[in-house]
Design a binder for this molecule. Structure first.
Ligand code: FAS
Ligand code: PHB
Length: 389
């Protein structure tokens, strides 16, 4: 088997890159470890930056998002002293789109099917060979049969636990990491959202977030210790704790109901450099992880895809390699800006185990500065809606 760009992973990174390349007449084969049903069962991100929305429109997969998505012009920040709104529109004239990653993935699959794209599921034992040469290839097992895929380039879109990052020799890679001493317990429920926009809560008991997917589907998170297990949290216990951390007026009117999904995700900041080794390029979570506090994970995957797609398009259409040669540096510049913002939002909004009352007061003061100082509010808004590509 041969293709121009071999893509490992059928998450948002892999499917979006494949869609853009196929629309530009560049052939791909996508190798995915899980089944399509498993990929589509994941509940992940919910907020899309304008840059990500533009990418989806360029890829021709935005019709349902434009119909069913919810543009948001702002969000709320809350402390025990009350909540206040940050207007992205007033601060920087931009907005975000609230539309679940699961739906983005569903739309990408439908578009790839329409193009007749080659996506192999339930693939095992993917190995990348000769990445640092002009003729890389992959071996893998599919349907119990050992196979080989020759290609010009390999896009490692296989997430944090994939094979791509580890293919880059450890003496070539430099990794940066911060692991946070808490996780997020997330709940999805068929209930009306607690408010018309997202509410990020700093509370002495811990962080909480009220988000949504549509008028009858709400997404909530509370900070929990790393030692907690999902089975430790009944629905009643979750709703009671969420209400303790939400603004009282919101808690008083919040609709509760059975959880249709409940999971705990650990929080970490992680970057690997460089994002290229020979003809292997790392994309999305394969190269970086952010704590979801800044809603950047999926959005960084989209900007990585933008830089890599432009580079590959130039290689095949214009015969120049400036784009692929500058991919890692361009992507990392934007990644580190989002890494900092996600770290800042996480540090400002969460209760750390060793935190003192003084630390809590400093956090509250930082939040109130966003409320009172326009420059602080503009900086927060510019980062939240997404810095330019
Ligand atoms: P993904 O991890 O989505 O996709 C990688 C794909 O590669 C997977 O389908 C996997 O099965 C496949 N794969 C892995 N190894 C393979 C192998 N060896 N061979 C073949 N295929 C292989 N981001 C936000 O912005 N907001 C959030 O609230 C948020 N919540 C999250 C909650 C959880 C539990 C997790 C894990 C992530 C969350 N994220 C969130 C981040 C998430 O949305 C990612 O940024 C996004 O999925 C990145 O997309 P990909 O880079 O495509 O990686
Ligand atoms: C979500 O809706 O899942 C969501 C929204 C904003 C975040 C994190 C998660 O910062």
């Amino acid at each position: 088997m041969r293709t121009q760009v071999a893509i490992i992973g059928a998450g948002p990174s892999g499917l979006l890159l494949s869609q853009l390349l196929n629309k530009a007449g560049i052939t791909t084969v996508v190798l995915e470890r899980q089944s399509r049903e498993h990929v589509l069962s994941r509940i992940r991100a919910g907020v899309l930056e304008e840059g990500c929305v533009d990418m989806l429109r360029k890829a021709g997969v935005a019709d349902r998002m434009d119909k069913e998505g919810h543009p948001h012009d702002g969000c709320y920040l809350s402390t025990e002293q009350g909540k206040f709104r940050v207007s992205f529109k007033e601060a920087c004239g931009k907005r975000v789109m609230v539309y679940g990653q699961t739906e983005v993935t569903r739309d990408l699959y439908a578009a790839q099917d329409a193009l007749g794209a080659t996506i192999l599921h339930n693939v095992e034992d993917v190995v990348i060979h000769d990445a640092n040469s002009d003729s890389p290839y992959l071996t893998f097992v599919h349907g119990g049969v050992a196979q080989r895929l020759d290609c010009d380039f390999v896009a490692g879109c296989d997430g944090f636990h994939g094979v791509s990052r580890k293919t880059i020799p450890s003496d070539v890679r430099k990794e940066y990491e911060r692991v946070y001493p808490f996780g997020w317990l997330g709940v999805l429920s068929r209930t009306a959202p607690a408010a018309e926009e997202l509410i990020y809560c700093n509370h002495p008991r811990g962080f909480a977030l009220a988000s949504m997917r549509n008028e009858r589907l709400s997404r909530y998170y509370i900070q929990v210790p790393l030692t907690d297990k999902v089975e430790d949290w009944s629905d009643d216990a979750f709703w009671a704790e969420l209400k303790r951390r939400m603004p009282p007026d919101v808690a008083a009117t919040m609709e509760t109901g059975p959880s249709i999904e409940k999971s705990i995700a650990p929080l970490r900041s992680f970057v690997t450099e460089p994002m290229r080794w020979g003809r292997l390029f790392l994309v999305g979570d394969a190269a970086h992880i952010v704590p979801p506090t800044g809603a950047k994970g999926l959005n960084l995957a989209a900007s990585d895809v933008h830089y890599l797609f432009e580079g590959l398009r130039q290689h095949y259409h214009d015969g120049t390699d400036d784009g692929i040669d500058s991919y890692s540096q361009k992507a990392l510049t934007r990644i580190w800006a989002a890494m900092r913002f996600s770290w800042w939002m996480t540090t400002m909004l969460h209760r750390f185990p060793d935190q003192s009352d003084f630390d809590q007061k400093v956090q509250e003061s930082e939040l109130h500065q966003i409320q009172r100082v326009e420059a602080a509010r503009v900086t927060m808004a510019l980062n939240y809606v997404g810095l330019p590509y």
